[in-house]
Design a protein around this ligand. Sequence first.
Ligand code: H2U
Ligand code: ZN
Length: 346
Amino acid sequence: MFEINDLPHKRLNILTGEKILVSPHRSKRPWQGQVETLAKDARPEYDPACYLCPGNKRADGDVNAEYTSSYVFVNDFSALLKDTEPADINVEDLLVAETERGICKVIAFTPRHDLTLPEMPLNDIKKVVDLWQSEFMALAAVEWIKYIQIFENKGAIMGCSNPHPHGQIWAQASIPTEILKEEKQQQQYFETHHTSLLSSYINLELKQQERIIIDNEHFVALVPFWASWPFETMVISKKHRQHIGQFTEEEKLDLAKTLKTLTTKYDNIFETSFPYSAGIHQAPVNLDNQAFWHWHMHFYPPLLRSATVKKFMVGYEMLASPQRDITPERAAEIIKSQPDIHYKQA
Ligand code: H2U
Ligand code: ZN
């Protein structure tokens, strides 16, 4: 044992098998989080120039329906195409490539151009979760699809192309890198312990109560012990679900509540629309023996000290390993202590 709050140490990410460096002694100085007065981005409810607003023309000429809740369409600039034929290249085991087949979709969360997820009414967030589920099931019914990645890029700092609240789904014929890492770790644990890695993990976290942010009937939100981004969190289902297709109405409503509270707390930290990349990790589809998979969601927000000061994953982090100063425990305290009412609605 050692004093984890004093000594530089490495923590294991049990989902990837990789390690991160924590330097708690560097953050002994008081936390310098500050709220800045940024120009308020007052957006209209409807923007005639937005490619996601109802009834508007998109970049390729298609016209959005006059939709009233959430709305999905095939990405006009899809990174993967459904008609790509299988083929590969291998030059002396040095130049290796193969084609990849897939389907990419865009989801508008609401017709309202001026809202973000935390500002949306709970029932409308529930409709986003409903759409994630129905899209997942529809894509999983396509036999050549093996993995379905549901995600959201939020904020210009994360490269998000449009403030209209939206996310994406990429479905593809093979299993991508991050999922392969988590597959290996979860499978190994399941074979040794006969229970899911994340069931054991959340039971321990619920006992310790040091990194838990939200705990309701069906989900927990927490800062993982191995978080590398300052305010990184995970949402994990309490039941050992493999994928969103298995969620009941009650679970979907609880997920919507969890997302609303978590993203509201995020926005309240610096009184800004908190940017992040977030997404669901779940079992691949159309493959056998995926019982070890445990549904969860990751939130990777870049901000560190204020609405404009972000953490740079550069230098040592690019070349050696992720590193952080403020501990995951302290970050959990900061997020948890934020009000559940959004600062704009308070
Ligand atoms: P972001 O999540 O990075 O903002 O991406 C939005 C997607 O919307 C992006 O992948 C697509 C882009 O290809 N898009 C359309 O499908 N139609 C358009 O008219 C503009 C943008
Ligand atoms: Zn994951």
